[in-house]
Ligand binder design. Structure first.
Ligand code: NDP
Length: 372
């Protein structure tokens, strides 16, 4: 067999001609050689091959530590497409009736549930019972009671439960959190979170209370709740909320169109937020402390996220959120990595408790105390 040295010598000969190549190719050859990742890889099956599932699958192509290896779907034609697009073997394909059998499949480590909200509870519990780690899209469930049951089921099955909070890994978001923690904004006084879009097709599951569990609050308002918590860095102790509905035909009973809500925090800070299905391009966070501010707009969409503080523009690089999220989640599951802002089931439950209280505040008109 040809020795490694001889092989390298042969390879070096054509390189003599390289100075005559256009400079970009030459520049590429100057890049330091980075050895490919060789550590453990989380093998993931995606459940629910819809809009967001597809985005996650595409982003996972660039992951180092996570790999898409399976699907769970109610649509055979999509399964076929995904098999050929992502190289998924037939033995890793399931439907909603038979996916409990995944427990006999040693080639799948985790299931990522990306289905309509109302299905998460049952699907996460079944995945846990099949002995697989579970990543669940937001909102983790329809209410705190369901969320607690999911946490308990995963604990009992000795599997990890994570929630798809992609912003917890976004570089500009993490920089604002670092600045706050370093005291660069001073004592935090106020947060504003405005999130929304105009929802389209009235027949979609997002406008069906049984599948969505509510309206804009479940879908997009949760970003302002979650953002208020990670931006202020405390858990709220009370909530007040008011609902406005301009189109009761489209937004039926139990499906909120617009809700404004306010949160009070133990350190004295307050948050003023708005969640809506009736305004496009509404995506803004504003945080103010005694000594400075941070503002981000857009603050939660797929990016690039833009932001500035009293010290200037935020210049952290744009990343594909779902690629970084899945690599980080693989590290959490496989190596027990600790992250700056948690993404575990308890984190999802905290948001669900606040959502429960917001709906109660809307219904009663009362200020609702929150227990941690
Ligand atoms: P889609 O409607 O695009 O896809 C949902 C998929 O779920 C369907 O394509 C279908 O896949 C499956 N499904 C199973 N049962 C049903 C049912 N009864 N009705 C409709 N679909 C069903 O929704 P999204 O992908 O936009 O949202 C899915 C989840 O992801 C939601 O919880 C949402 O909140 C979350 N999400 C998170 C985002 C984020 O940035 N973190 C962004 C967007 C959504 P199949 O045919 O394969 O069975």
């Amino acid at each position: 067999m040809e020795s490694r040295r001889k092989f390298l010598q042969k390879m070096a000969l054509p390189a003599l001609a390289l100075p005559f190549l256009p400079s970009p190719s030459w520049a590429n050859l100057q890049k330091p050689f980075i050895s490919p990742y060789q550590g453990p890889v989380l093998r993931v099956a995606i459940m629910g091959l819809g809009g967001y599932g597809t985005r996650v699958a595409d982003a996972m192509k660039d992951c180092q530590k996570a790999k898409l290896v399976g699907v769970i779907s109610g649509t055979p034609s999509k399964v076929k497409d995904w098999q050929s697009k992502y190289g998924i073997p037939a033995k890793n394909c399931y439907n909603y009736e038979n996916f409990d059998q995944v427990k006999n499949n040693p080639d799948i480590d985790a299931i990522y549930v990306i289905t309509p909200n109302a299905l998460h509870h049952d699907q996460v519990i079944r995945s846990a019972k099949a002995g697989k780690h579970v990543i669940c899209e937001k909102p983790m469930a329809l209410n705190a009671k369901e969320g607690q049951e999911m946490i308990d089921a995963c604990k009992q099955a000795n599997v990890k439960l994570l929630v798809g909070y992609r912003m917890h890994f976004e570089p500009k978001t993490l920089e604002v959190i670092r600045m706050r923690e370093a005291g660069e904004l001073g004592e935090i006084k106020f947060f504003q979170g405005l999130v929304g879009f105009r929802v389209g097709d009235p027949a979609q599951w997002r406008l069906n209370k049984d599948l969505a569990g509510g309206g804009s609050m479940m879908d997009i308002g949760i970003y302002a709740i979650n953002g208020a918590r990670y931006m202020i860095g405390e858990e709220p102790v009370w909530v007040t909320a008011q609902e406005t509905k301009t189109d009761p035909t489209k937004f039926k009973q139990g499906v909120d169109e617009t809700i404004q809500f306010q949160l009070g925090f133990p350190g004295g800070a307050t948050a003023s937020c708005l969640s809506t299905y009736n305004m496009n391009n509404l995506d803004k966070f504003f945080l103010n402390g005694a000594n400075g501010f941070a503002e981000m707009q857009p603050s939660t969409n797929y990016g690039p996220i833009k932001g500035r503080t009293h010290k200037g523009e935020l210049s952290q690089p744009h990343v594909t959120h779902q690629t970084v999220q899945m690599d980080e989640m693989a590290s959490i599951i496989l190596e027990g990595k600790q992250v700056v802002v948690p993404v575990d089931g308890e984190e999802g439950l905290k948001d669900l408790k606040i959502i429960d209280a917001i709906y109660q505040a809307v219904k009663t008109g009362n200020k609702i105390p929150l227990k941690s």
